[in-house]
Each structure stands twice: as structure tokens, then as C-alpha cells.
Design a protein around this ligand. Structure first.
Ligand SMILES: Nc1nc2c(ncn2[C@@H]2O[C@H](COP(=O)(O)OP(=O)(O)OP(=O)(O)O)[C@@H](O)[C@H]2O)c(=O)[nH]1
Ligand SMILES: [Mg+2]
Length: 452
């Protein structure tokens, strides 16, 4: 284990909270903490992994920094494998900054991105897959990403292990062919196995697309006839007035895109120009943008007013552009009329719907519940990859496919095919993180957050 300068960082998210956690790691972590704490003997005599109350002091100003609880972890029984202290302080930004500054004055240095996890890796506490898994669990913005990360965390990588073995078997078949030629009785076995492994990787890359497609949020497009209350709904879901609301139809022209969290689902919520017959150029451009947004949507909120007739355009849209999409009907303005006509219309089309009044705040929670259920269905219907469990694996997967394709093309020139298979095998090893390559490790860890 290397003897390195202790590092310090806030491990909880930036911003204000009831409590924040600050971590110190390194052989001298305890002395850094002791330099800041009033109850030195208490900390010294406290067994590892036992929490206790301490006062932190800014010695220069002779001023109390905070009343905290803290735990010490003795090397090697800690996350990083080094001596560690975890401080639970009040979660105010000034308090956190002052404590960290004081710990730095007392011998710690600010941690780099992912430096705690990197130290854990270098001290043999975790392997690279587990380090990536931690990052995935923390940073994953959707269920499929987190499920993939969790698989790695739990070591459920049988499919990846199997791939490695299949590749070795193909290589040994090819080597036998090189050595024994026609007498080897291997026939097409190696080549057939190669082509099925290639298909397996191609399918995985395809499955990765399902995840990339929702990275950045599930796209929910609010669309429907003009003046139905789309922008009002957009603002209501957002929690503030972002889009202009007006009684003139044709108010919204551009698509407006905002990120929101709905029951902890990351959503890209998109307001759009209302659909109607028009010959106004700007409005037509807006409607074209709406059509594109509909095309890329995971879910459509079809907002229609209870007190408006069902237009020809509205009927037509259900036969054309949104027919194959997942749609939730929103009958708004039930404060004006009961919306029975629209309910019948949407029921006939087989579309789940909810009748609301945005002005009178009627049934808004039922609508949010229905939207959440729809998102749940969208997310759970995504088929997940088994081998390429994150973006880095996917990039390696693409290179593996290229090498395997070359090997396949060169199968009749076994030495060349063997060369490509060897490269593919090296890339598979790279997925496992069998690398001491500083550059690769730097690239992986530079994407981590500080404090992880
Ligand atoms: N009575 C009633 N009026 C509403 C309700 N929700 C919105 N409105 C009003 O309907 C008008 C149109 O609202 P918007 O949110 O701008 O409608 P929109 O669908 O975005 O309209 P365009 O952008 O023109 O397509 C505004 O005057 C709103 O105040 C509601 O629940 N009841
Ligand atoms: Mg609008």
C-alpha cells in the first residue's frame, strides 16, 4: 500500500442539506482529524467503526467550526484500504467549506475526481468493474443504467465470463487449424462459433442503444390542439412559469425543453406548438418542430380541451403521426364542461386518459400518478444488455466487433485471423479492467465526481 498524502472531500452532494459527509483518507488521516478536533483523547481511544460526538475547532481563529459526529476506519478495513475518517457535519455550504479548509490547513489535500475509489482499486479493495459499478450506481439517471451497474457491483457477470471463454475456445480451434491443417478435424466449428459470438456482441450494442436512448431523460412531449392548456400543464409540471400562457390560440411557436424529476425519474419535458390548420409561416415551422418532437418522444401527453369540439385535425393525428406512440390523453378545462365527448373519443381510440382542470387544480395528482405509471412501463420494457454494462464497455464492444469481423473475413488466412482474434481477446480483457495502463485508468476516473 502506497504511503500517500491524506485526501479530503465532501462525499455527499453539493448544496445545502440537513447533514453532509466529509471523508479523509490516507495513512495520516487520523492526525489530520486530531489537529482539528477538541476531544483528542476521545478520538484516540475510540475503537474503529464506532460513532462519537466531537467539536471541530478552527485553531487560527480559535472559533468553533461545528459540532459533528465522526467514525474512524483503520487500514486496511476501510473503503479505500487506508486509514479513513468520516465526518457527519451540518449540511450548510459555509460550514462544509470551513471544515474542509481547516482539514487542508492541517495536512490534507483536496481529493481529485474519483480519488477515493481509485485508491480503493490500487489498494486491492475493489476491481475496476466494481469501481465502475459504484460510479454507475451513483450517477445512473435511469433504472436500466443502475440495474446494469448493480449487476457489476454484485459480480453478476457470468455472461462476460462466458464470452471470454468462448473467445479462448475459438482461438484454440484456430490454432489447431494452423498446426494440423486439414487433419485437425475441426471443420467449421471455430468459424461458426466466431460468427455466433459476433452476433452476440452486435445484439449487445443494439441493446445499449435502448439505454442511450433514455440517457438524458425520458422524453415526454406535450402536444394537442391549440389553446388546450399545454403550456399551462408544462409550467405546472415544471413548478414555475417557463412557457407563455395566453388565451390566443397559437401562442407557443418553438418547442421548449426542460429537465424535471418526476418521482425520481429524469424527464425531458417538451412543450410544443399547438396543432391546427394555419398558413402562418412561423406557426407552420413550429408545427413541424412538434411533429419531430412527437417522432422522438417516449410518451405523448395529448392535451385537449373539454369545451372544444374534436377537430378534423385531431382525428387525423390519431390515424397518422401518433398512432404507434405511447399516448396518455389529458382532457383539460373540466371546470367549463365535463368532457364526456372527449372521453368517448379517446376511449374509442383505446387511449388511457385523465380529466383535469389546471385552473382549478382538479385531478392533477391523478394525472401525475398516471404519467409515473406510464414511465414505469416504458422503463421496465427495456431489454437490458448482459455483457456491455456501461458506455466504456460499449466502446470496447464496438472495437471487438471490428476485430472479430476482420478475423471472420480472414479465416482462410489463419495467421492473420489469429492476430485479430488476439486483439479482440485483449479488448475483452480490457472490459474486465485488467489494465495497469495509467492513461486508461485516468480516462475512467476523470469522469468520476469529486468525493467518490
Ligand atoms: N377554464 C380553463 N382555462 C384554462 C385551463 N388551463 C388553461 N387554461 C387557459 O387556456 C388558455 C390557453 O392556455 P395555454 O396553456 O396557453 O394553452 P396552449 O395549449 O399552450 O396553447 P397554444 O400554445 O396556443 O397551443 C389560457 O388562457 C389559460 O389560462 C383550465 O383548466 N380551465
Ligand atoms: Mg402553448
Amino acid at each position: 500500500m502506497k504511503d500517500r498524502k491524506p485526501i479530503v472531500a465532501q462525499s455527499t452532494a453539493q448544496g445545502t442539506g440537513a447533514i453532509a459527509i466529509i471523508r479523509i483518507s490516507g495513512e495520516k488521516a487520523f492526525s489530520v482529524f486530531l489537529n482539528t478536533v477538541v476531544q483528542k483523547e476521545r478520538f484516540d481511544s475510540m475503537p474503529p467503526r464506532r460513532i462519537s460526538l466531537y467539536t471541530l475547532l478552527d485553531k487560527e481563529k480559535n472559533q468553533i467550526l461545528d459540532e459533528v459526529t465522526a467514525i474512524k476506519y483503520k487500514s486496511p478495513r476501510s473503503f479505500t484500504g487506508e486509514n479513513m475518517v468520516e465526518i457527519f457535519c451540518h449540511g450548510g455550504t459555509v460550514v462544509i467549506r470551513d471544515i474542509i479548509d481547516s482539514l487542508i490547513r492541517n495536512g490534507a489535500q483536496p481529493a481529485g475526481r474519483g480519488e477515493f475509489t481509485r485508491r480503493a482499486l490500487e489498494n486491492g479493495k475493489i476491481d475496476l468493474l466494481k469501481a465502475e459499478a459504484i460510479k454507475g450506481i451513483i450517477e445512473g439517471t435511469n433504472e436500466p443504467e443502475v440495474i446494469c451497474a448493480q449487476k457489476m457491483y454484485d459480480g453478476k457477470i457470468n455472461a462476460l465470463i462466458a464470452v471470454k471463454e468462448k473467445m479462448l475456445a475459438i482461438q484454440s480451434d484456430l490454432e489447431a487449424e494452423i498446426e494440423f491443417g486439414e487433419d485437425g478435424y475441426i471443420g467449421d466449428r471455430g468459424k461458426n462459433n466466431l460468427s455466433s459470438l459476433l452476433k452476440e456482441f452486435e445484439k449487445e450494442i443494439q441493446l445499449r442503444k435502448n439505454i442511450t436512448n433514455i440517457t438524458g431523460g425520458i422524453r415526454i412531449v406535450i402536444t394537442g390542439p391549440t389553446n388546450a392548456g399545454k403550456s399551462t400543464l408544462f409550467n405546472r409540471l415544471l413548478g414555475y412559469n417557463r412557457a407563455i400562457v395566453h388565451h390566443d390560440p397559437g401562442t407557443t411557436r418553438d418547442t421548449i425543453n426542460e429537465r424535471i424529476l418526476l418521482n425520481n425519474y429524469e424527464i425531458q419535458l417538451i412543450d410544443s406548438a399547438g396543432l391546427r390548420e394555419t398558413n402562418q409561416d412561423v406557426e407552420l415551422q413550429g408545427i413541424a418542430l412538434t411533429t419531430n418532437a412527437i417522432h422522438a418522444a417516449h410518451l405523448i401527453l395529448w392535451v385537449t380541451a373539454a369545451n372544444e369540439k374534436i377537430s378534423e385535425l385531431e382525428k387525423q393525428v390519431f390515424q397518422e403521426s401518433i398512432k404507434k406512440k405511447r399516448v396518455l390523453g389529458v382532457i383539460n378545462k373540466i371546470d367549463t364542461e365535463n368532457g364526456a365527448l372527449k372521453e368517448r373519443f379517446l376511449s374509442e381510440k383505446g387511449i388511457r386518459h385523465c380529466s383535469i382542470s389546471l385552473i382549478e387544480e382538479k385531478n392533477i395528482n391523478s394525472l401525475i400518478k398516471m404519467i409515473t405509471e406510464e414511465i414505469g412501463v416504458i422503463v421496465s420494457s427495456i431489454e437490458l444488455p448482459n455483457i456491455l454494462l456501461n458506455k466504456r464497455h460499449e466502446e470496447l464492444g464496438r472495437k471487438i466487433v471490428l476485430e472479430m469481423k476482420r478475423a471472420e473475413q480472414e479465416w482462410n488466412r489463419p495467421e492473420i485471423a489469429a492476430h485479430h482474434l488476439k486483439k479482440a481477446q485483449g479488448l475483452i480483457e480490457e472490459i474486465f479492467g485488467k489494465t495497469d495502463n495509467e492513461e486508461i485508468l485516468n480516462r475512467i476516473f476523470e469522469n468520476f465526481c469529486i468525493g467518490k
